[in-house]
Design a protein around this ligand. Structure first.
Ligand code: FAD
Ligand code: NAD
Length: 452
């Protein structure tokens, strides 16, 4: 017989963990279902361990910059402390007991297993069926998208999971995909001495960002010794026991000891029972409204909604869902017009809102302003490693910024000021009257605003 509860949260990644915990703390009877690790991709295979790797790689690069500014330095890169830190400090050896205990302490009934929707108000989890009074929250995230390349299946290729778990690094590596995962990990590997070739199907890396960002990232990684094969896809893959060989659509071949496939993510919702609640199990994502409702008594949050593969989006949507489910007065309506994101390469590439192309494609009357970080006082002082720029995208009709990119030594942090401007539609005239502290990196925002 079905057990009566208030809410079932299916998937306990960052979004599901936050939602179930908060609803339970608010006094609801909540069941949380997770077959793998409570916390999901971000703490165990994503943001946190990858940023630990990046911190280590950046320390190596900074040490090498001592030359000519502060004396001399030598550095002997060693992957062992990085792998140890990820195992011990970040992931607890990929054990989620601490996270499970934390959730249970908040009052969530935890079920280890897959959740399947069996009807408009029922979910099967483990050997128990639950009937919900308030609703079902779908927070099942994404999995690596593996392209159907001839010969790839069955080879010991890496996804982000094996890359994060790696105790040792190879001498040579092919990275398929020059997006966020590909570039962040490639730069780390290169700084630890791996000879990396990036194969990217598009004609530029991080193609969803401004072209200037693509150029900057490519140049920075080339300085680290990375080779790029742009505008070519892998036609076939061969693994002879030791080495991968990729034959590319441009006719060339690339070889490497390891192959990291970082060609995007996909939702995994086929077996979820979405058809039982009138949703399409073959959809590329679950569409949600402003209250992240996917249907009557169904909410969806995080990567599965297709809004953006970011932890901050999962947390944002979790908050929207929690307040809607609790019937809070003035529950927020989600708005994604100021979605921030940071590609944590060195230099960091922070961006918010629309790119210039997106704004033009939407028919806006676009004006742009751009300034280079090395030309700013702080950039000039910083010297080695000062590459970067600030680009502003203005809707001329409204006189507000609709997008911006801030790249440089602290590009992601400087972006915060621009995120406020885009989020709150601060008039450009007002931004031009602001005082920008001297000599900061963010003072370059004032310089870029002079274009308007
Ligand atoms: C290498 C890498 C680096 C990243 N770096 C960043 C970063 O720096 N900043 C950032 O913002 N984002 C980053 N991301 C993205 C971030 O990890 C995701 O956006 C975030 O984890 C999404 O959270 P989620 O809760 O939607 O899904 P997930 O974290 O994917 O969690 C979904 C959970 O649902 C479970 N599940 C699936 N199906 C079922 C089912 N039927 N029943 C029960 N449970 C199910 C899964 O096991 C999983 O644990 C990175 C991702 C990767 C891979
Ligand atoms: N710092 C961050 O916030 C951060 C870091 C890592 C990942 N993420 C998120 O994780 C998601 C997944 O990252 P990702 O890098 O896998 O995806 P992505 O979509 O960012 O990039 C994938 C790249 O692979 C290329 N590609 C696809 N198929 C190919 C093929 N067959 N051959 C060659 N190239 C091919 C695409 O053109 C694209 O440039 C992203 O959407 C990102 O938002 C975020």
């Amino acid at each position: 017989m079905a057990e009566q509860v208030d809410v079932v949260v299916v998937g306990l990644g960052v979004g599901g963990e936050e939602t179930s915990g908060r609803l339970a703390e608010a006094g609801l009877n909540v069941v949380g279902v997770e077959p793998r690790l409570v916390g999901g991709e971000c703490p165990y295979y994503g943001c946190i361990p990858s940023k630990m790797m990046i911190r280590a790689g950046n320390l190596i690069a900074e040490t090498r910059r001592v030359e000519g500014i502060a004396g001399t330095s030598t550095v002997e890169p060693d992957w062992a402390p990085v792998a140890k830190r990820i195992r011990e400090e970040a992931t607890d050896n990929w054990n989620d007991q601490v996270a499970v205990d934390r959730l249970v302490r908040k009052g969530v009934t935890f079920v280890r297993g897959r959740g399947t929707i069996t009807g408009p108000r029922t979910v099967q989890a483990g050997d128990q069926e639950y009937e919900v009074s308030r609703g079902i929250v779908i927070a099942t995230g994404t999995v690596p998208l593996i392209p159907p390349i001839d010969g790839l299946a069955g080879t010991p290729y890496w996804t982000n999971r094996e890359a994060i778990e790696a105790d040792t690094l190879p001498a040579t590596m092919i990275v398929l995909g020059g997006g966020a995962i590909g570039l962040e990990l490639t730069q780390v590997y290169a700084r630890f001495g791996v000879d990396v070739t990036v194969v990217e199907g598009a004609d530029r890396v991080i193609a969803m960002e401004e072209p200037e960002s693509s150029e900057l990232a490519q140049a920075a990684l080339e300085k680290d010794g990375v080779t790029f094969r742009l505008g070519s896809q892998a036609k076939s893959v061969r693994h002879d026991g030791d080495t991968f060989t990729l034959t590319l659509t441009d006719g060339g071949t690339v070889t490497g000891e390891k192959l990291l496939v970082a060609t995007g993510r996909r939702v995994d919702i086929k077996g979820l029972g979405l058809d039982k609640v009138g949703l399409d199990p073959d959809a590329r994502s679950i569409a949600v409204d402003g209250h992240v409702r996917a249907g009557d008594g169904i909410w969806a949050i995080g990567d599965v909604t297709g809004v953006g593969v970011f932890t901050h989006n999962a947390m944002y949507q979790a908050n929207v869902a929690v307040l809607d489910i609790l019937g809070a007065e003035g529950a927020p309506v989600a708005s994604y017009h100021a979605m921030p994101r940071v590609t944590f390469t060195d230099p960091e590439i922070g961006a918010v809102g629309k790119t210039e192309k997106q704004a033009r494609d939407e028919g806006l009357d676009v004006r742009t302003g751009i300034t280079q970080i090395p030309a700013s006082t702080r950039g000039w002082i910083h010297k080695a490693g000062n590459e970067g720029f600030i680009k502003l995208v203005m809707d001329n009709e409204r006189g507000v910024l609709v997008g911006a990119t801030s790249s440089g030594p602290t590009g992601g942090e400087v972006m915060a000021a621009l995120a406020v401007a885009v989020h709150a539609a601060v008039p450009v005239h007002s931004l031009q009257q602001m005082i920008y502290a001297y000599p900061t990196f963010h003072r370059a925002i004032g310089e870029a605003l002079k274009a308007f």
